[in-house]
Design a binder for this molecule. Structure first.
Ligand SMILES: NC(=O)c1ccc[n+]([C@@H]2O[C@H](COP(=O)([O-])OP(=O)(O)OC[C@H]3O[C@@H](n4cnc5c(N)ncnc54)[C@H](O)[C@@H]3O)[C@@H](O)[C@H]2O)c1
Length: 259
């Protein structure tokens, strides 16, 4: 990969302080891009910089809540005013409520509705506001949404045997819909030089129990669960001009898990 692949590109990363978001922001810098972290907690941002010895010049921050239209609009405007440009918006935020993560038969209707609204509504909000921003600026634009393999196939529930883990039904609903809404928006915006794509990573390593990792790995090609570093290449591709003519697509990065 060219070390200057994102030269001069300013990329606003919603959820930039998450497991995937932090790795993505660092990767954007390694290919000469400017990541701007958009996340809910300024304290978490300061803690991360301090812990990793990073500078706020290399990793600037704007406070942003993907569930608030005014907040997203302000983040888009602030980045444009500060850097004189905004090339791409990457959404890797993961809002969910306190009851999220329970098994299908235990999910209340209220929690289903709330979590789908958080997970899907937040991504709709960012997509719509970014599209409007790019249209108003008449300079084109690029939007990349992080979906999931569980928006592609139903879960392999058998891999959770012996653990308290599951794939929440709200996640399946929101992530599959995110892929379709992204295609919808890409088509709606055809002819505007704005492109929208999804990346659907497989499960990312995050201290999951060994029996689960082993059961998961049996469905994979060579590695099994991936690290955030394993999926950044595909996301950088979509953020770069190498993918200038890719729009309305979903790219699965899962070591063959969904095959
Ligand atoms: N972790 C995985 O195994 C995995 C696998 C496939 C796909 N994904 C997807 O990747 C994306 C990132 O996942 P992750 O594991 O890095 O999540 P994470 O929980 O580690 O981080 C999510 C980030 O989103 C931020 N956030 C939450 N609510 C927000 C809001 N309202 N506005 C702005 N920011 C908000 C959080 O502060 C956090 O920094 C999600 O879309 C997730 O579905 C994750």
């Amino acid at each position: 990969m060219s070390s200057k692949r994102l030269h001069n590109k300013v990329i606003l990363v919603f959820g930039g302080l998450g497991l995937l978001g932090k790795t993505l922001c660092k990767a954007i810098r390694t290919v000469n891009g400017t990541p701007v972290i958009a996340d809910v907690s300024h304290d978490a941002y300061r803690d991360w910089l301090a812990k990793e010895g990073l500078s706020d010049t290399d990793f600037p921050f704007v406070p942003a809540d993907i569930l608030e239209t005014i907040s997203v609009d302000k983040a888009l405007r602030t980045v444009h005013e500060t850097f004189g440009r905004l090339d791409a918006v990457l959404n890797a935020a993961y809002p969910r409520n306190k009851n999220y993560g329970v098994k299908f038969l235990d999910v209340s209707l209220a929690d289903f509705n709330e979590n789908v609204s958080l997970l899907l509504g937040g991504y709709f909000n960012v997509m719509q506001r970014a599209a409007k921003f790019f249209l108003d600026n008449e300079a084109g634009g690029n939007i990349v949404n992080i979906s999931s393999i569980y928006g592609v196939i139903p879960p392999r529930f058998e891999i959770y045997k012996g653990t308290s883990m599951t794939t929440p039904v709200e996640y399946a609903a929101a992530k599959s819909a995110l892929q379709h809404v992204s295609r919808y928006a890409a088509k709606y915006l055809k002819g505007s030089n704005i492109r929208i794509n999804c990346v659907s990573p497989g499960g990312l390593l995050d201290n999951q129990p060994a029996p689960f990792l082993s059961a998961y790995g049996e469905h994979c090609n060579s590695k099994g669960m991936l690290t955030p570093d394993d999926v950044v290449g595909t996301i950088l591709f979509l953020l770069s001009d190498d993918s200038a003519y890719v729009t309305g697509q979903n790219i699965v990065v899962d070591d063959g898990f969904t095959l």
